[in-house]
Each structure stands twice: as structure tokens, then as C-alpha cells.
Design a protein around this ligand. Sequence first.
Ligand code: CP
Length: 363
Amino acid sequence: MLTRKRLDEISWDDFNNLSLEEKAPYLVQANGQAFHTLFSQQFDREQLDQLCDLATRIRRISKQRDGVKFLADLLCHKRAMLYFSQPSSRTFLSFYAACQILGFRIAEVRDPSISSEMKGESREDSIRTFSSYFDMIIMRTPLQGFAEKVAWLLSNTDRPLPVINAGSGKDQHPTQALLDIYTLVRSFEKRGGLENKHIVFCGDLARGRTVRSLSLLLRNYSNISMTFAAPDHLQIGDDILQQLKVAGIQYNVTSDFKATIPEADAVYMTRIQDEWDSKPGESAAFNLEDFSFSGDDLARLPPYSIIMHPLPRRTEIDVACDNDPRAMYWRQMRNGMWIRSALIATNFRRDTEITHYYMMNLK
Ligand code: CP
């Protein structure tokens, strides 16, 4: 657990100049748990285990009517703002559902063109406006680092609310990484856990923020190895490889995805993120089939392996795979609701109450 440092005791420039590891102690509350959730580097193994356990408890409690009522009473006096200035289906809806599970009342801004930003109000002032009416801000933004700015800004007002980064630019999607970890942990429960597993990432690894966040979070599990399979121009960034190297993680970089399938414990597919292309067709100069998982590939995937995808997909996973028991992407998506519930409950210090209810009623 990290020892807390205070965001209201450091200037924005000094905070902004820190490495993400150095920023992490500024994001926790007095008990060492996350207050703001901004990037993968802030989570350690103990926190990951606690979040996964809590997600499972919430999931099981939610199966019973009395349990649903118990959960919905926990934070019924709180309000959440979902501020999504980039498109989203899963992250938006699973946060929406997670807030409902915990009893929050919810409001949303998904189109800044109908907010007062169009009258020239700065994003910072918009956020401060939200903070006047709500108790938590969950935000998706195309701007790298903006969620950090918001967390710092609000921590220096009389409304220091928790801020959750629901995807920022091309760099981070920390809560997607949390749900991916929860999916991997659940999938390998009967195979000795996530330790010693080989994860293959495939697709647009240069601009896919989910792979960046997940590969860093995987450093918390011993003897993990990773393969990054992508066309050369869409390969994972050197900054990520450098951080894996420093952590002593074994990794390979290849453009031969098909050769990696028989060796994978998990294949993590991603779509080509051509919305980031600077000119049309820029990222399309390769054979997409070489970086797609086809129905035929099922025969070469070990029986104990799983197929993941943060979704949305285009054609990089054949729909013929959807009903294979190893296709985990639908369950992965649903896991987002449970781990996000666990994260928010922890932000608001309701984790102990949930665990107590679970032990008294379901254990
Ligand atoms: N995985 C993910 O972030 O999906 P959405 O863009 O639909 O939220």
C-alpha cells in the first residue's frame, strides 16, 4: 500500500513533471486505497487482489433480491457525473450500471457541443461546474493527461471529488485493464492463477490504450510473459517495452501472429484504431487477415486458452468463434460492471461493509 501524499500540497507544474510512479502516492486516500483512478501504474498486487475479491462478492450479492437492496442503499445519497467526450458503449454503460448497483443517482454529458463549452467555457471550468452538483466524475477524453489535470484541479478546490479515467487519448484505459485482470484471474482460477501465463497481444498495439494499460498491470504477477504481435508500424511503444524490461518481464515482439497461437494462454485481440490516422488509409498497409483470429485458428488454440478483446471489434475475431467456450470477450465485458462497482465502492470506503455483508449472508 502506498503512503498518501497530498495533491493540494503540490503545484500543477511540479505534479505534472513527476513520473507516473511518482504521481501514484498523490492519488490514494488515507487508508492507501485509490481515491482517484488515473493510470495502471498506481495499482499494486494487494489492491488488485482486493478489487477482484470485492468484485466477486458484489457479483454474488447481486444474485439475491435482499443483496441488491443492500448494495443499492450503500451510496444512494451520492451522485455521479459521466463525462464522456469520446464515443463509448461498454465503458459508459458498465460504469452507468455499476453506479446503479451501488445506488448512485447519475447524470451524463456525452456531447460537449451541447454544453457551455460551445460558448467558450474552458474544459477546466466545465469540470468545476460538474463538481458543484456531483460527488464523483467518471470521464473519457481524447486528451492524454487531462484526467490528471482534473484530479489535481478538484483536489485544490473545496470539492475534492474522486476522478476516474475511463479512457484518455492513446495512452491509458486503467479500468479496462482492471476488468481484463479480473477476467484473466477468473479464467485461470483452476489453473494455478494468473502467474506463469503467456499473454499474446495482437492488432493495433501502437494506439490501443487497453494493451498499454494491461501490459503494465500484468507486471504485478510473477513469471508472466507477453508477446506483442502487430504490423511493424502498429507495434507496441518502446516506452512500454522499456518498463517491462525494467520489471524483468519476458516479452517478444513479432509480426507473425499466427505462429503465436499454439503457445498462448490468452490471446488478446484488438481492432485497428484508424480514427487516429493522420490521413485516410495510413494504417491499412498490411494484410488484416494476418492479424485476425479466424474460425480455423480455434483448432490451433490450446484447449485451456482464452480469447479476449476489449471490444468493439470489426473483423479481427471471426463471429464463428463467438460460441466457443474459450471466447471470453462477452464475459470480459460483463466483468467490467463488477470490477467498476468494486472500484467505486472502494473509492467511497464501502468495501468493508460489503465484505461484512458477504461473510454474514453468503459465506
Ligand atoms: N472497451 C471499451 O472501452 O469499449 P467502449 O469504447 O465501447 O467503451
